[in-house]
Ligand binder design. Structure first.
Ligand SMILES: Nc1ncnc2c1ncn2[C@@H]1O[C@H](COP(=O)(O)OP(=O)(O)OP(=O)(O)O)[C@@H](O)[C@H]1O
Ligand SMILES: [Mg+2]
Length: 438
């Protein structure tokens, strides 16, 4: 076991402190809490702290000062900033002062764990040696299947350069995990990793969030504000759900990437930035280009290195490894014994199509761990996970086309002619299914 790492949390809200304290304890970490910056500094000086988590807006002395103090006196101390939405701008500033990651309040337990995982990757991450099976994993990404091994090889090839990367894959396949792995395994891993969920920020705001703005550049711009690009300088900007950007923002992104410089809203001067861009999408950008919703030139700029994350159902052997991995993870987190699975249950899980991919599997195992104590039998498995008819009478007279036809019709029949479900199980999209049915 690792020695429990000590984490100092500074926030003026006692509720927040209590919440985080409990969550850190659940993760096996040793929390110290303080509701003022001054007390926080005392703790930093008197105790061996391994990570600082701090709020920004606090009465009297604010979080920025604490960060400045910490980066001066404890330059190696990793810092995680937690902040409410209105002060994103200062969050961006503090990244420059030495904070490694930030979380926007309110955040979930998973998000906190995720951020901690990135910062303290050695301690919460599963260890190869302490399991009975050797887990083939790269930076905490499980994947021994040939497709995932290929993907790990592509990631390794990105390490010593800063070429732009486009990660595509269905929802829940691990795109964000991969983006972080690219950053944290690369040459600039000590520089900031700045994630931006382009789908979650309203379009009018996105531009000023990305590039920053000057005071007075629009109504509501009450002070200067640096953007995500500037915050990510020297490191990685992760543009998640890139397909959700307007054509207008796309044009500006294109310019920023091409010229390697950005202009704050309301400013006439541009600033040079050195940022690796990783973009992610779970929709097919080519389709959007065809519909005139995505700029083709931006697509080519982003797609310099293309990483396609395979859906879970195409990763031979990984499903059961992931079941084991999440079984272990959630039983530890919940202080419960590891579940056992009947053989036919494992077969069902292996054959299920997992339309929600790894996230669906993760949630499913988490629920099982919480709800059950002993062996999982078919009774605990929902029906929709069982319906996968695979038997086709063995024969040597059918052509491949005929087998395909028979198989499609069988799956369709077994799923009450539900085309969406059938397409998912077959691993094709609905359009392809419709064409094949014709
Ligand atoms: N290969 C893997 N090994 C271990 N955990 C994984 C793996 N892939 C994904 N996960 C976990 O599954 C969840 C979903 O992953 P992630 O958020 O990276 O997916 P995503 O592709 O970004 O999804 P979305 O398109 O919905 O944003 C996360 O909790 C992540 O830690
Ligand atoms: Mg994602």
């Amino acid at each position: 076991m690792n020695k429990a790492l000590s984490i100092l949390v500074v926030d003026d809200s006692r509720d927040m402190l209590e919440l985080i304290r409990r969550q850190l304890q659940e993760l096996g970490l040793n929390p110290f809490i303080s509701d003022t910056v001054m007390d926080g500094i005392d703790i930093l000086e008197s105790s061996q702290i391994d990570l600082l988590i701090t709020d920004l807006n606090m009465p009297e002395v604010g979080g920025e000062q604490l960060i400045r103090y910490a980066s001066e006196h404890f330059p190696k101390l990793p810092i995680l900033v937690i902040t409410g939405y209105p002060s994103i701008d200062s969050a961006v500033n503090v990244m420059k002062m030495g904070a490694l990651e930030y979380l926007i309040k309110p955040f979930t337990f998973d998000e906190l764990e995720y951020a901690l995982n990135s910062i303290l990757s050695d301690i919460i991450k599963p260890h190869k040696t302490d399991d009975d099976e050797s887990l083939d994993n790269f930076q905490g990404i499980i994947g021994a299947s040939p497709k995932m091994q290929n993907l790990f090889r592509s990631i390794k090839r990105t390490q010593s350069n800063t070429a732009t990367i486009l990660i595509s894959g269905e929802s829940g396949t691990g795109k964000e995990l991969i983006a972080r792995a690219v950053h944290y395994s690369g040459d600039y891993s000590s520089s900031p990793f700045v994630p931006v969920n382009c789908g979650a920020i309203p379009d009018q705001l996105l531009e000023s969030e990305l590039f920053g703005h000057l005071k007075g550049s629009f109504t509501g711009a009450i002070s200067d504000k640096t953007g995500f690009f500037q915050a990510a300088n020297g490191g990685t900007l992760f543009l998640d759900e890139i397909s959700n950007t307007s054509l207008e923002v796309q044009a500006k992104l294109l310019r920023a990437i091409q010229e390697k410089e950005v202009t704050m809203l309301g400013s006439t001067k541009s600033q040079k930035v050195k940022v690796r861009i990783i973009a992610a999408t779970n929709v097919n950008i080519q389709d959007l280009i065809a519909q005139g919703k995505f700029r083709e030139d931006l697509f080519y700029r982003l797609n310099v290195i293309s990483i396609e994350v395979p859906p879970l159902r195409q990763r031979d052997g990984d499903i059961l490894t992931l079941v084991k991995f999440f079984n272990k993870k959630f039983s530890q987190e919940n202080s419960k014994p590891k579940l056992k699975f009947e053989r036919n249950v494992l077969t069902a899980l292996k054959n299920y199509a997992w339309p929600g991919n790894v996230r669906e599997l993760e949630n499913f195992i988490q629920r099982l761990v919480i709800m059950h104590d002993n062996t999982i039998t078919m009774e605990e498995i929902p029906d929709y996970m069982k319906s996968r008819p695979v038997e086709i009478e063995s024969t040597t007279t059918l052509t491949l086309k005929e087998v395909e036809k028979k198989y499609i019709l069988k799956v369709l029949a077994a799923n009450d002619n539900n085309k969406t479900k059938t397409a998912k199980i077959l691993g094709i999209d609905r359009k392809t299914l419709r064409e094949k049915l014709k």
